[in-house]
Design a protein around this ligand. Sequence first.
Ligand code: FAD
Length: 499
Amino acid sequence: MRGVRAFEPLLAALAALATAAAAQEDGAPPSRIAVVGAGIGGSATARFLRQHFGPDVQLDVYEKGEVGGRLATVTVNRNRYESGASIIHALNLHMHDFVKQLGLKQRRSVAGKTAVFDGASVVAEETDWYLLDLLRLWWRYGSSFIRLQMWLEEIMEKFIRIYKYQAHGFAFGSLEELLESLGGSGFVNMTRRPLSDSLLELGVSQRFIDEVVAPVIRLNYGQNVSVPAFVGAVSLASAQSNLWAVEGGNKLLCEGLLKSANANLLRARVTSVRTLRSGGALRYELGLAGEGPERRTAAYDAVVVAAPLRAGADISFPDWASPAVPGEGEWQSTVVTLVHGYLNTSLFGFRDPRLFPYAGVLTTAAPALFFNSVAGVYPVEVPPGFRRKRAHEAAVYKVFSPAVLTGEQLKTLFRSYYSAQATEWRAYPRYGSAAGATLPPVELGPHLYYLNGIEWAGSAMEMSAVAAKNIALLAYRRWNGRSLRVNREDLLRAIKTEL
Ligand SMILES: Cc1cc2nc3c(=O)[nH]c(=O)nc-3n(C[C@H](O)[C@H](O)[C@H](O)COP(=O)(O)OP(=O)(O)OC[C@H]3O[C@@H](n4cnc5c(N)ncnc54)[C@H](O)[C@@H]3O)c2cc1C
């Protein structure tokens, strides 16, 4: 079972506190808000909170590790490479805005072809000719490619409505309501239904699912086509063209957002969130890890948890009955290894590396395969005149695998190598088949918000940014007792009336 139902006892316990959720009667702005986590979700939340609540509120962001979270770089051979989230879709408008507002630059992409390997041979490949690719796709998979493309376009067209709603100040108290406003009950069902079922129903062939769709899901989420259709669509959208990244590294976004929010970055691990009641007001204090007994912070008017909650890990909520959250086992581990060396192209049927035409190789779900993908990568600062290395030259490759690669496996994949650096990520939810499961709550209590539930719909930088904007809007409206723009049903009509 997807662990999100485990939130229900927590919500029941909090219902008793709900009366305290009333707006602040004196109309004063909150004096202090805490954000837990300085990944893209927490940093974006800080910036949006500043925009909505103005200059006077004190914003404290707690971070136990590095600013950026799953946006991180690793240095190989004197250059830095993305080891976490690396690509951003052209339609990710919050990311576009951040780059523009922070004075950052988009990094150019260096073209390269991709192939799909089934453990024995290459079963699908890109060529230099778009038309030839189309003809080949048609010959091998019939109309599957076109059907998938049309499905994705329809989903994206609906998804981008979120930017209009957020620009008009609409907020949603639950992820289901947010998704429903964009794509009706169809979007909500897509979070509960396996991708493979949705695609087969569309008329996409099983062969196309096995040879094209499954390798993309393995690359992006290390999982198979039983992931829910919504996260499947997020993943497949990332296989389209027009992808970009931030020059200098994606984590520059987080640093810039925190700075522009004028937030206080506090290096500490939050261990608990406790409620404090004085008079009629409800506030929160955080417990912090350190030497000796747990330290306590001063009181906060609102708290945003922008880090994945897992049962038995990190943050407890001692005042609440059974604050159960998804278990550790419900997060997928993914290992990213950056290898500087010579790819063993004969593994893919090319004895002469000079003839190997691909920049990257994805894999099907063949049981014997120990890696999900391998691709030549370029540094976060692309030097002028940079060209992608050919396979007979030493180059830097990124390998995704479900477990740390053994020496033997590295020797299978590389003829020889100078260095191999592995980063083990607790990467994203393990989606499972997700049948019938509900999504985690956005509101854990009065003025207490949870951002990373959105990852159960789809884990991506832009999804965290969308959740951040929603929480900032929601927090503002809840604080001021304005529910007018929360959960309004006919948003499109409402917006048209206003325009
Ligand atoms: C290998 C990999 C590749 C990916 N590729 C892409 C991609 O190409 N494109 C894309 O869009 N997405 C990608 N993703 C997904 C993307 O990284 C995440 O969806 C996104 O970064 C989540 O951001 P976040 O801020 O919500 O969470 P996080 O980045 O996890 O940030 C949470 C922060 O909270 C901190 N924290 C946790 N607990 C505590 C505590 N108790 N006290 C204080 N601080 C705490 C953590 O240290 C962390 O910094 C990838 C993820 C991985 C792992």
